[in-house]
Design a protein around this ligand. Structure first.
Ligand SMILES: [Zn+2]
Length: 136
């Protein structure tokens, strides 16, 4: 992992975001394995009569869907960490304007400024992304 301290030991502008991103990535990885465990446990609970099959596959679908969202978010977080290393972090990928500190504080992996995100987000709104933009 690349150090972001300069010679004086001063923190770089993005160190706080890097920390938040690393914590988020860790969180997502843990959450994905926790879901895997929960899935195995719930399988053990499911009675083996055929009436439950559709319910079971629905749960599997939700599970996969949620994991896909986590994985997608993890990719975004990792991409943001790479942007920090390449010093391209904090700049909107669409309009190349700086992303506001307020937005980065809320969504450190943000790739677009608020205006562009709204424009792009409106296009992909049909994909259920409720879990995706959660600001934690
Ligand atoms: Zn923009």
């Amino acid at each position: 992992m690349q150090k972001t301290m300069n010679k004086n030991g001063a923190k770089t502008q993005f160190e706080q975001y890097q920390k938040a991103l690393e914590a988020k990535a860790e969180d997502l990885r843990r959450s994905m394995s926790a879901q895997k465990v929960a899935q195995v446990v719930s399988r053990l609970d499911v009675p083996s009569d055929e009436g439950d099959l559709s319910q079971q596959s629905h749960e599997e679908w939700i599970f996969l869907n949620r994991n896909t969202l986590d994985l997608k978010l993890l990719r975004e977080v990792e991409a943001a960490l790479r942007r920090i290393q390449h010093a391209t972090y904090g700049v909107c990928a669409a309009c190349e304007e700086p992303i506001s500190a307020k937005r980065l504080a809320a969504v450190p992996w943000a790739k677009f400024c608020v205006q562009c995100q709204e424009r792009i987000g409106a296009q992909s709104a049909e994909h259920d992304s409720d879990d995706f933009d959660v600001e934690r």
